[in-house]
Design a binder for this molecule. Sequence first.
Ligand SMILES: [Zn+2]
Length: 418
Amino acid sequence: MHVKTILNRIQKFKSFVYSAVRWVDGPGGEPAIEAELRPRTNARACCSICGGEAPGYDRLAERRFEFVPLWGIRVYFRYAPRRVDCPDCGVRVERMPWASGKRQLTEAYAWFLSGWAKRLSWKEVAQVFHTSWEQVFRAVERAVEWGRAHQDLSGVKAIGVDEIAAWKGHKYLTLVYQIDSHCKRLLWIGEKRTVKTLLRFFRWFGKERSQSLDFICSDMWKPYLKVIAKKAGQAVHILDRFHIMAHLSKAIDEVRAQEAKELKEKGYEPILSKTRWLLLKRPEHLTEKQETRLADLVQYNLKSIRSYLLKEEFQLLWSYTAPYWAGRFLDTWCTKTMRSKIEPMKKVARMLRRHRSLLLNWFRAKGALSSAVVEGFNNKAKLTTRKAYGFRTYHAMEIALYHALGALPEPNFTHRFC
Ligand SMILES: [Zn+2]
C-alpha cells in the first residue's frame, strides 16, 4: 500500500491531488515524509477571501505545511500556491483547504495538537510530538477561536459567577459558567472582579439572553451583586452553598492562625500546630487518628474549636427544604455566632444577615441547579492555572481555561487523528 493511498483515505481534497510522496530531510536532519500536492486537472483556483472561483494570476514559490506525523515520522505537504485575480477582492492567494492564512501548521495537525493538549500539558504535547510550546499554544488558540465563534449560546437559563486568584499576589479572574442541567461549561472569562468586569460579560452575552436567565449563582461580592441586579434583575439570584462554605473555611483559617500565634507567644505547647486540615475537613472524611486528635482538641475551650463547631452546626442549614425554616435556623445561628466574640466568624454572620433573602433563594431554587457544579469547575480552573508554568500572559491563561472548560465545538472531520 502506498502512503498516497492512506493520505487519500484520511485527507482527500476535491480540487487537489497528491502527486508524489518521498523521503526528505526534516529539521535536524532526521528523515521526514513529504507529500507533494498539485491542483486536480481542470479544477479552478478559489479566492482565499471570498471563496469564489477566479481566473489564475501567477504562481508563488513552493511552501511546506506540517501535517500529522506518521509512526513518529514528520509529514509535510509541499505545494506552490497559485494566485488568483478575483473580480471582487483583487489579486489574492488561492484557498488551500488544508491550511489557513500564512500558517505553517496544517489545520489537521493543529486540531491534532489541540486535542492532545486537552489530555496533557502543553509542555508535554510539545515534547511528545517534537514541536515547540509556541506551536502547541497557537494550535490551542486556533481551536478556541474556532470553537468560540461557532458555539451555540441559545437556551442558557442558569449561570454561576465565580472568581479565582490567578498568579501570585492575588490577581483575580472572573469566570462565568453555564450550570444548566443539560449543559455545563465555562462561558466567559474576564480580568479582575470589578463592576466593569461583569458588565463586560453581560455586554458580550447580549441583552436578550441576559434577560431570559432564570438563575444566577454567585458569591456575596458587592460588585457582582450590583451588576447582576441591574442586568438580570428578573433572574433568581442565589448565594450558593459552595461560596458560603468557602467564607466559613476562610474565617476558621484566620481564627486558627491567630490563635496558634497567641498560644505560642504565651508559651503554651503547640496544641494547634498541624490542625489546619483537621478543622477544615468534614468529620466524615477524617481518618481515625485525626478523629482522636480532634476529640482531644475539643477539650480545650479554644476559639478555633468553637469556630469549627459553629461551622459544623451551620452545615445543618443545607438540609432544610422550606425557606421559612431555613430562615429561622439561619437567624438563630447568626445570633449565637454574634455572641461568640470571635471576630472573623462574626464577620461572616453579619454578611449572611445582610444577604438573608438572597441566601434563602437557594432553598427556593432547590433541585433546579446544584452549586456543586460551580465547585467542580472552580477546582478544575485552579488546576488549569496551577499547571500554568509557561502561561506568562493573561491571554495564554484565558486560552487554556476556555480549552479545558469551555466544552467548545469542533468542526466535523472525515478522519479523527486523536
Ligand atoms: Zn475574492
